[in-house]
Design a protein around this ligand. Structure first.
Ligand code: AMP
Length: 190
């Protein structure tokens, strides 16, 4: 099962990805988590990444694209994957669409988590008390949300158009269990 999740930071897509990953035994590929794990390397790439991530800006496509394709081609992903946080802009989107076509990888479902700015802001601030992420403060949250709505949201429209039958919009303000139920129901018919 191959899934792509879209949605602003704080829309709960990570939570659903993790539930789906456990239930279906397929890896949750969160590009945010992968990049954060690279920060532990303490090399010059880690220093650059740390600056970009803590400012809420997007890491260069030349860094993220090969990281994602290497993962997608790994044996871990032979039964599928849940892509969370990628693609995030037009060029990543073009790159991924070409890559999937070249490798004959068919996406089963694309899920778009819809949530308003105020709700996600509040959720990220709550999360910041628990997770201690360098990018969960008001100023950086604003940058991350701006990036989402200016760069990522427009590409969801491209995916919606291109994969009409495989696109599910979810009201992400609902309770976790309700969202989970809606996704599972749709997957039964995917
Ligand atoms: P996230 O955990 O998805 O909110 O991602 C945290 C941060 O990692 C983002 O604010 C970006 O700095 C970086 N990041 C994650 N995914 C991508 C991506 N697809 N392209 C560029 N930067 C990314």
């Amino acid at each position: 099962m191959k899934l792509i999740l879209f949605g602003p930071p704080g829309s709960g897509k990570g939570t659903q990805a993790s539930l789906l990953s456990k239930k279906n035994k397929i890896p949750h590929l969160s590009t945010g988590d992968i990049l954060r794990s690279k920060l532990e390397d303490n090399d010059s790439l880690a220093k650059d990444l740390s600056q970009i991530i803590s400012g809420g800006n997007l890491v260069a496509d030349s860094i993220i694209n090969p990281i994602v394709t290497e993962k997608l081609l790994s044996t871990d992903c032979k039964n599928g994957f849940i892509l969370d946080g990628y693609p995030r802009n037009k060029s990543q989107s073009n790159f991924l669409i070409d890559f999937l076509a070249n490798k004959n990888l068919d996406i089963d479902l694309i899920i778009d988590f819809k949530a308003d700015i105020n709700t996600v802001k509040q959720r990220i601030l709550e999360r910041s008390k628990i997770e201690n992420r360098s990018d969960d403060n008001l100023e950086v949250i604003k940058t991350r949300l701006d990036k989402y709505f200016s760069e990522t949201q427009p590409i969801t429209a491209v995916f919606k158009q291109k994969f009409k039958e495989k696109f599910l919009e979810i009201n992400a303000i609902q309770e976790i269990t309700k969202i989970q139920y809606e996704i599972e129901n749709r997957l039964k018919n995917a």
